[in-house]
Write a protein that binds this ligand. Structure first.
Ligand SMILES: NC(=O)c1ccc[n+]([C@@H]2O[C@H](COP(=O)([O-])OP(=O)(O)OC[C@H]3O[C@@H](n4cnc5c(N)ncnc54)[C@H](OP(=O)(O)O)[C@@H]3O)[C@@H](O)[C@H]2O)c1
Length: 274
């Protein structure tokens, strides 16, 4: 994507789990420089510890952090976004890009709270970003240009894959790829437990389950083949796999996963902060 972020001043408001993952990756990969990056948290003692750990200024002063920043990441909890936007409003200008990762908070709400025609981009990453294998969906607010969305995508590209969607899809993204790692961990844990049940040592069972999940996902991503076709290729007539699949069907795995994503999506809509 070839964006040059050197010299860009960046403020990360709310350097908790997700803000911390992004900060660490962007600094380590050299996309952002320590000299022009700062962050905030809620507690003074966390600020001091984080400043030491990351080697950048970390404070509890959102207004000061945003002053002269080119890019502002909003990584606080959704319930706190309105309050933080009101705090920073005096130092927000049209030349900045605001990138929010807060679930359920619409770009229009941020634009309204900032009362400035500023570029707002909403992003929904997931926790595998910590190892650079994340999935982030992004959408643009009213005043953001396609180029600014591309620049924001380039930042998230450092921690995994990215996709640009219409904002109407962001709650669905939250229910699928942001919550998704939790579903997959449960599936992995269950497969490993099953391995133990049929006599495998737990560490080997976990390795088999995790690498099989990674392998299957990689094949889907690399070939673009429909998962049903790939499943058919594993399923020999009158073989073992079809017996396993029958159990999955009887246990309603498919419909349960569909319902999980639907519920999480509904919850993301309910959480919308006006
Ligand atoms: N975790 C995920 O999988 C995930 C995925 C996608 C999107 N998100 C979004 O990421 C955001 C953060 O989630 P998280 O899981 O990273 O939560 P988190 O670990 O609790 O981080 C929130 C951070 O915000 C700081 N904070 C609270 N009030 C603040 C204020 N007024 N000013 C500045 N900083 C403040 C907290 O400071 P202290 O450390 O001092 O308490 C903490 O560092 C949420 O909006 C969530 O929807 C999370």
């Amino acid at each position: 994507m070839g964006y040059d972020f050197s010299g860009k001043r960046v403020a990360v408001l709310g350097a908790g789990k997700m803000g911390g993952i992004l900060l660490k990756a962007l600094l380590e990969k050299g996309l952002l420089s320590r000299a022009s990056t700062c962050a905030t948290v809620a507690h003074e003692e966390r600020a001091a510890a984080l400043a030491q750990k990351l080697g950048i200024p970390v404070s509890t002063d959102n207004l000061a952090a945003v002053k002269n920043a080119d890019i502002v990441f909003v990584c606080v909890k959704p319930q706190v976004v309105q309050e933080v936007m009101e705090q920073i409003r005096p130092n927000v200008s049209r030349s900045q890009i605001i990138i929010s990762v807060a679930a359920s908070v619409a770009t229009s709400q941020i634009e309204k709270a900032l009362a400035t025609e500023v570029a707002v981009i909403r992003a929904m990453p997931n926790t595998p970003c910590v190892l650079g294998v994340g999935m982030t969906a992004l959408c643009k607010g009213k005043f953001a240009s396609p180029q600014q969305v591309e620049a924001a995508s380039a930042l998230f590209h450092v921690v995994g894959r990215t996709v640009v969607v219409d904002e109407k899809h962001m709650d669905a993204v939250t229910g699928l790829s942001a919550s998704g790692p939790a579903y997959i961990y449960i599936i992995l844990e269950s497969l490993a437990e099953a391995g133990v049940k049929v006599g495998l040592p737990r560490d080997i069972a976990t390795l088999l389950a995790a690498q099989t999940t990674l392998g299957a996902a990689t094949v889907v991503l690399e070939t673009g083949d429909h998962p049903a076709l790939l499943k058919d290729a594993v399923t020999t007539p009158a073989g073992c796999t079809v017996d396993g699949i029958m159990e999955l069907e009887e246990g309603k795995l498919r419909v349960t996963l569909i319902k999980a994503v639907v519920k999480a999506t509904q919850r993301a809509k309910e959480l919308a902060f006006g």
